[in-house]
Design a binder for this molecule. Structure first.
Ligand SMILES: Cc1ncc(COP(=O)(O)O)c(C=O)c1O
Length: 479
């Protein structure tokens, strides 16, 4: 194996090499791996590099340590099917987000509950210490100057940091094409406010994120829910049909790792979507909030990077990777639409608070973000893998579960009709939170589904929570 000049990534190369041997069957399930000492000698790596490589493979579920015996290739986990593609009604509907959504949100960060509910990353997994220092320094050195209104578009240094990172996944943009928002929620809201009028129709994936549905409801928009597959994403033919049959004011899609299904469309499918939308002159609003959380080393490219001329408003935030509490998000749009977006921002919140923006800008400039993301992605990848296993072992026979390649939520579908709202109430009584399926539909679908969040990382508490849910679900469907 070639020697890597960058010692920081050496263990990843070594892990990739061993993963390749496992994939090709050179090391079959159950095979004992060379000892750490052997590996470090064979590959002229330090013992700690070999250890880190094996830990990474363990986190990815490829190998397991057996006490006093060494490392072994793990047998494949029990297979559990992915949920079938959704089949929502093809006509536009008024959005009605069920009231249970508010109960769910109220419990978003309740430490008394097993945190399988809202998609919140644990503060313990975030770069909180480093961010705290950036915030404290900004307050100490520029506190007075920053205690004022910012320009509506937001801090210029933060915008240039965001633009610099966007370039890495092929999205070339200037700071003038960026507007800082209060989280991705405000980005979606401003985009839809600028592109639509009340009563018009917008196409969305089904199931989709309940906060988006809430925004659509508050803007008086109607919704066409598009059939969506847990692996391949939205059905492009159905999108084409919806464009032809209904006068769509916009289409809102996830760039990757759709919340709740976890799917990411292939680049070929994304290009088809862009062509269909361009033909029907429908602007796309894309939500890339989970894009930096791919479990592999390849970050999916957003729609906007595939065709710079496409009519796209790109929305994202730092809420899933760094700081949900800072409420800093952004949108990127072309110069024609930007004045309307700035007007909408002024009407919405005038400007975003200065200190969190300045702290985030200085954190990003410090260069620690990529290292932090690598750790976070590993933690979430490991957590989801363990969660799938717990679901497989404890939910009723015939349950299906998504298999996301990034993000930190799982979508579970029970094999028989059920109302997971009732299950939600029972689970709360037992100190467990999860998201019932109905909140992810504009038309009351997905009663038999539930979304489980792994944002707090794997723990015995999470394991026990899932197993209790499995038992309750088995009783609920009378299995
Ligand atoms: C897909 C998606 N978009 C947007 C948001 C909201 O993001 P923010 O907290 O930055 O407003 C969330 C939060 O759960 C989400 O899952």
């Amino acid at each position: 194996m070639p020697r890597d000049a960058d010692a920081g990534f050496r263990y990843e190369d070594l892990a990739r090499f061993v993963a390749g041997l496992i994939e090709r069957g050179t090391l079959p399930p159950g095979a004992r791996l060379p000892s750490l000492r052997e590996v470090s000698r064979q590959h002229r790596a330090s013992l700690s590099t070999a250890m880190q490589a094996y830990r990474l493979l363990e986190d990815r579920g490829l190998i397991e340590a057996r006490p006093q015996s060494g490392f072994y290739v793990r047998p494949p986990a029990r297979r559990i099917a992915a949920p079938p593609a959704s089949a929502p009604p093809s006509r536009p509907v008024e959005v009605a987000v069920p009231a249970v959504m508010l109960t769910l949100i109220e419990h978003a960060s309740d430490p008394a509950l097993v945190p399988l509910g809202c998609a919140v990353p644990s503060p313990a997994l975030l770069a909180s210490g480093a961010l705290d220092r950036c915030l404290a320094r900004a307050a100490r050195t520029r506190g007075e100057a920053l205690n004022t209104y910012m320009p509506p578009r937001g801090d210029a240094t933060l915008r240039s940091e965001i633009a610099r990172r966007a370039l890495r996944h092929g999205h070339a943009l200037t700071v003038d094409e960026l507007l800082v928002t209060c989280g991705c929620t405000e980005a979606l809201q401003l985009a839809l406010r600028a592109l639509t009028r009340p009563g018009q129709t917008v196409a969305v994936e089904s199931p989709t994120y309940f906060g988006l549905l809430q925004v659509l409801q508050s803007l008086g928009l109607r919704v066409v829910e598009l059939p969506t597959d847990a692996r391949s994403g939205v059905d492009v033919d159905a999108l084409e049909e919806a464009c032809a049959r209904h006068h769509l004011a916009a289409c809102v899609l996830a760039s990757s790792f759709l919340n709740p299904l976890g799917c990411t469309m292939s680049e070929a499918a994304k290009r088809r979507v862009l062509k269909v939308l361009a033909r029907h002159r429908v602007p796309l609003v894309e939500d890339d909030i989970y894009g930096d959380l791919a479990f592999s080393d390849v970050r999916p490219r957003p729609f906007v990077a595939l065709d710079p001329r496409a009519a796209v408003v790109y929305c994202s935030s730092f809420s899933k990777t760094l700081a949900p509490g800072y409420r800093v998000g952004w949108l990127a749009a072309g110069e024609r639409l930007m004045p309307r977006l700035v007007e909408a921002k002024v009407a919405s919140t005038l400007c975003s608070p200065a200190l969190p923006q300045v702290a985030l800008a200085s954190y990003l400039a410090s260069g620690g973000y990529d290292h932090h993301l690598r750790r976070l992605r590993r933690a979430f990848g490991h957590t989801l893998q363990q969660m799938v296993q717990a679901v497989t072992q404890s939910f009723p026979e015939g349950t299906t579960v998504s298999d996301p390649a990034g993000g930190f939520v799982l979508w579970v579908e029970l094999p028989r009709p059920a109302d997971t709202r009732q299950l939600f109430a029972l689970a709360l009584e037992r100190g467990i939170c999860f998201a019932p399926g109905v909140v992810f539909s504009a038309s009351g679908r997905y009663g038999r589904c539930l979304r489980l969040s792994g944002g707090y990382g794997w723990s015995q508490r999470l394991d026990e929570g899932i197993r209790t849910l499995g038992r309750l679900a088995t009783e609920a469907i009378g299995a």
